[in-house]
Structures are given as structure tokens and as C-alpha cells.
Design a protein around this ligand. Sequence first.
Ligand code: KPL
Length: 300
Amino acid sequence: MTARWHILGVGAIGGLFACRLQSGGAEVTLLSKLCNEPSRQLVLNNTSTERFHFPQQAVTHNDDPIGHLLVCTKAWAVESAIEAVAPRLSASSIVVLLCNGMGLAETVAPLIGKARLVVGSTTSGCRRSREGALIVSGEGRTQLGMLNSSPAPPWVSPWRRGVPDFEWETDIHSVLLAKVALNAVINPLTALHGVTNGDLMQPPLRAITEDVIKEVQSILCSAGATEIASSLPAHVRAVCDSTAANHSSMRVDLENGERTEIDAIVGWLLSSLTPHPPATPILSELYDAVKQREMDVSRA
Ligand code: KPL
């Protein structure tokens, strides 16, 4: 039987994965807070333009249980979004969190009862055009896994068929740590300087990018994550190259006057990874600058 996936958080990444799962053979329903329309079209501008059609439901459509839920909301919105759908989950439901930042699984686990929690990371680069089309700037790599190291479950088939470079990971914690380290380098710099991901690898920003990488490496090393630390420079380079034209999610948030994920990314690294973090003056300054810009745009 074809699994139905409900998508919570239909921004650029949520929309992209809705299209990918439908391409992989899954039935996909979009969840919306207001749900003015019973269906919705998403336009994907990849190598060619493709149109995808989906049924759409209100988050609180309580008479339709959810078997497979993909959550792509902003990190700060995860808790309230899950609370809204929690009555539709059961012990046989799967909840996949594909969000930036760390500390989210701990927040979500108590809200979903006996449903199984899966966490993931993607380096896909996707943004919305002014007209609302999804513009893919890098196919990226997508990894899912369970924190108890379970092997791949059968429901991953549409992910394998529809998502490029997809992998089920038994050590998903390391994948998430590597991703938060990557986002801590790319997101604040691109947001504050208003540049594309690719610009970080070019002068004049290349030098500061390297300095931020060194500081993030020092935090990772103080937490014993030395392998992730040593692969960080190559990881940043690879993602900046493969998503060179992309506007990072934090850049888009600041430009739209929206709250960013700085707390779940840089805030988490600065205060939650290790009890005695080393001094990281540049990263701390970037954190403060993003918080300041958030305040300035919310007052404007
Ligand atoms: O995760 C991203 C983001 O923008 O939040 C990357 C991978 C850096 C793509 O832009």
C-alpha cells in the first residue's frame, strides 16, 4: 500500500520534499494553519519547470489520523506546530523532523506520545521566487535516522526513489552535529552580509569564513567531536559550492523581517554542546549581530 505523508511547514524545503516524495510514489497532503483551499499547486524550477498538485488540509482536521508526518517548520515553530497535530498521531505514526538546529528532538519527544521519532538533515538548497515557485540551487544530501540507531524501516522507499542522494543513517546524531556546525558557519555570515552561499568562498568574505570555521571547530573539539571538526572545512566548501546561488534560510528570514533560527543553531553550539565552551569571539559577535538585526526588523 502507498504510504500517505502529511507535510507540516510548507516553506521552500517543505515544498521541495512534498514534490520529491510525490515523485517517489507517496501520496502527499499539505497541512496548513488556515487551509482556505482544498488543494494546492507547487511549481518546481529545477532543470525544467514541473507542476505538482496536492490535497491540502487544516492542521486541526482531527478526523483524519496521520500515519507519516514530515515536519519542515522553522526550529522555533516546531513545538507549537507539533502540539497542533498531536491529537492526530497514534502509536503507529512516524514523525520525521527535517529542521535546522539542535535540541528539537528533546522538545518534540514528550509531545508525540508513542509515535516514533525520526530526525534528519538536508543540505538541499531551495528558495522561493517572488512568484512563489521553488527554485532549487543544489540537490544536496538528505539523511534520516533514529536516535536509537535503528536500521532502515520499510517506509523509506519513496524517500529512496524521490530524494536525490538519500541515505538512512544509523549514527544520525553525528550527522545532525555536522549540519548544525555547517549552518553556524554559513547562515549568520550570509544573512548579515546579504550574500549567496557561494560568496563565502570568495574574497573578501573567505577570510572571515575561515575564522568562523576555526571557532566552530574549537567548540566541536572541546566536546570530543574531533572527526566532525576536521571535516568541517571541506563540508562548508562542498555545500557553498553545490548551493552557490542559494540564499541561506537565515538570510531569507532576516530579509523578510522574520525570526531566524539563530538560537537553535549558533545559540545551541555556544551554550548547550559542552559545559565549558572555549572563547569564540567572532561567533559570539555574529550571534549578537543577528539577534540585534532581528530586533531592529521587528521594531521597524
Ligand atoms: O541549510 C541550509 C540553510 O540555508 O539553512 C543550507 C544547507 C546552508 C543551504 O542554504
